[in-house]
Design a protein around this ligand. Structure first.
Ligand SMILES: Nc1ncnc2c1ncn2[C@@H]1O[C@H](COP(=O)(O)OP(=O)(O)O)[C@@H](O)[C@H]1O
Ligand SMILES: [Mg+2]
Length: 170
């Protein structure tokens, strides 16, 4: 018996900003898209939406994560923008007033909303990458619940022996 294919979902999370999440998710997204996998990057950082503008857009959808999460909108032309990189699409962060975190906190299905919506993209993508804000938030918990894999970059200064004269052992 064959099962419908499910896109793999990977979340970049950290409770801290500036650790390299957006750099990691945008570069990983482009690398994997370049290798031929259909990749969707979802920028879930309302405060520093850098993943939304990392690559030039060939098509800019009128909506983004606000419509996805507040109206359950999954229409391709409505929320999915196309980057100049083949196989790499993006749902931009357009939650300028930072309303989504409260919505996720208060809605009964809040933390599961992203996980529940993702099956709408299974037919079109092999990989879905979530970029997040470096903060402990309902949004971060929602991403963890929607992800198959979690990536959490650590800056070198956080490595236990990074500041010692010897440095990390090999
Ligand atoms: N591997 C790296 N080596 C050096 N600088 C990096 C690396 N990854 C990210 N940076 C730099 O660190 C800063 C924060 O990165 P960013 O990806 O925006 O972090 P975050 O999304 O976690 O807030 C940026 O100026 C970025 O260019
Ligand atoms: Mg970031």
């Amino acid at each position: 018996m064959t099962h419908p294919k499910k896109a793999k979902r990977a979340g970049q999370v950290s409770t801290k900003g500036g650790t390299g999440k957006s750099t990691g998710s945008t570069n990983l997204g482009a690398f994997i898209a370049d290798a031929g996998l259909r990749t969707l990057l979802i920028d879930l950082d309302p405060v520093q939406p850098s993943a939304s503008s990392y690559y030039p857009l060939e098509y800019t959808a009128p909506g983004g994560i606000f419509e996805l999460l507040s109206y359950n909108e999954t229409g391709r032309d409505k929320i999915i923008s196309r980057t100049s990189i083949k196989n790499l699409d993006v749902i931009i962060s357009n939650d300028a007033n930072n309303q989504l975190n409260n919505l996720i906190l208060q809605a009964p299905d809040g933390r599961l909303r992203l996980a529940n919506l993702m099956s709408a993209f299974d037919a079109d993508y092999d990989l879905i990458l979530f970029d997040t804000q470096g903060a402990r938030s309902a949004m971060l918990e929602m991403v963890v619940l929607a992800s198959d894999i979690i990536l959490s970059p650590l800056p070198r200064t956080c490595w236990p022996r990074a500041n010692s004269a010897v440095g990390p052992s090999t």
